[in-house]
Design a protein around this ligand. Structure first.
Ligand code: GAL
Length: 395
């Protein structure tokens, strides 16, 4: 039924195959690296738009040669901009290569998309009123100094997307980011700013292609990036990585009762199981796809970067659970989590300080987040832990 090779057996990467069933409809996921024609999937730093029964997986196409950034260290290793790929699937198992949703490079007609720049982390929102699809991007120069957001629009989900412009939201730096559209239609953005030391949060305009004035500063001084937002039982969660370039590091998840106007509190590192849990299973989360019909169940998409050959970087998808009480495994992980962990950044060894509050859910929240390593997993895995009951008034 399930065949996969795991991280500990194959440290170079992972082919994960899983099956997932929801509401009687079988959804299957297969994260084998190859499409039918044998080509590697090129959808790094990706995200998924679920539209009209089809999943669209957008990501960076890094199929070119990795250019080492010596003497600056591998964090600035890069591939010339090719564009944003899109793959479509009805079942999360069979992926059709839809080509480039947004074409990059010198011939693409806009300096932001030039070969020597940076075009990362596409996220797509559907704007129902205009029936347009709005793609948000991290746009940068090769040294990550410009730190801007880019906007492209299309009339069909897979594109082609027409690049419009880039800007600094609220005049502030924006590097890793995500956008999140809430049930009421309002959409929000979280972006790493101020030298990646502070996470900014803001609301998007109703047109979904701009921010409204005013932003909030969160996780001040904590240097978190690669934000991933998901929601369960009225609580918002912000899954983050540390700032170590392509090197994996310790994940940390925060929660709040609203995306704006609330203090984000830490739940610590939700990863458990396997030797590499403290380094997010040697990966960096990029998106959480809600499992249809299963509250509190998400597919956590992560990139296992290969910084010497970015184009062969792998993808890891794991079940992410929101649960009502910390699991035994998660409680056991707490002491280890508080230890200082060392990660390499470039040639220098850097000590990453643990969060001040690396503790599980406080009583007021009554929810916890857990991402458990699975060499193999299937639909039953999603039922291993009870789903959280829906609650009237969270927090
Ligand atoms: C990571 C970031 C990636 C990429 C990389 C470059 O921290 O999440 O998207 O920008 O840095 O070093």
């Amino acid at each position: 039924m399930v065949a996969s090779k795991g991280i500990d057996r194959y440290p170079g990467g992972l082919n994960l195959t899983g099956r997932l069933q929801s509401n009687g409809t079988e959804l299957k996921i297969n994260l084998g690296l190859k499409l039918e024609n044998g080509k590697l999937i090129q959808a790094h730093g990706g995200s998924i738009l679920h539209f009209d029964g089809i999943f669209y997986w957008f990501g960076e196409n890094k199929a070119g040669r990795t250019k080492p950034a010596k003497p600056n260290g591998p964090a600035l290793n890069r591939v010339d901009v090719i564009g944003i790929s899109v793959y479509s699937s009805r079942d999360l198992l069979n992926w059709k290569n839809e080509g480039l949703a947004l074409r990059g490079g010198d011939g693409a007609g806009h300096p932001d998309l030039a070969f020597r720049g940076i075009v990362e982390r596409p996220r797509v929102l559907y704007h129902a009123a205009s029936r347009r699809f709005v793609m948000w991007l991290h746009i940068d120069d090769e040294k990550y100094k410009t730190a801007r957001l880019g906007i492209a629009v299309a009339s069909k989900p897979a594109g082609p997307y027409i690049y419009r412009r880039s800007f600094r939201p609220h005049g502030e730096e924006s590097r890793d980011f995500t956008v999140y559209q809430d049930d009421d239609g309002f959409a929000y953005i979280a972006y790493s700013s101020e030298g990646n030391r502070v996470m900014h949060l803001a609301r998007l305009a109703s047109t979904l292609d701009d921010v409204v004035p005013g932003f909030e500063r969160a996780l001040v001084g904590q240097s978190r990036e690669s934000p991933v937002i998901f929601k369960c039982a009225g609580v918002y969660f912000l899954f983050t990585s540390g700032c170590t370039g392509w090197e994996p590091n310790r994940a940390e998840v925060f929660y709040a009762s609203a995306l704006l106007g609330q203090t984000w509190r830490s739940l610590g590192d939700p990863c458990v199981g396997g030797a590499s849990a403290r380094r997010t299973f040697m990966a960096q989360a990029t998106f959480a796809l809600p499992v249809p019909g299963s509250p509190g169940r998400f597919l956590l998409m992560a990139d296992r970067w290969n910084q010497e050959r970015l184009g062969v970087s792998r993808y890891i998808w794991l079940p992410l659970f929101v649960v009502e009480a910390p699991t035994a495994e998660r409680l056991r992980a707490m002491p280890a989590e508080r230890e200082r962990s060392r990660v390499r950044r470039g040639d220098r060894e850097r000590v990453v300080k643990p969060a001040a509050r690396a503790v599980p859910a406080d009583a007021a929240l009554g929810l916890d987040v857990v991402v458990r390593w699975h060499h193999e997993w299937d639909v039953q895995t999603l039922d291993v832990l009870p789903q959280p009951r829906s609650r009237g008034q969270p927090l």
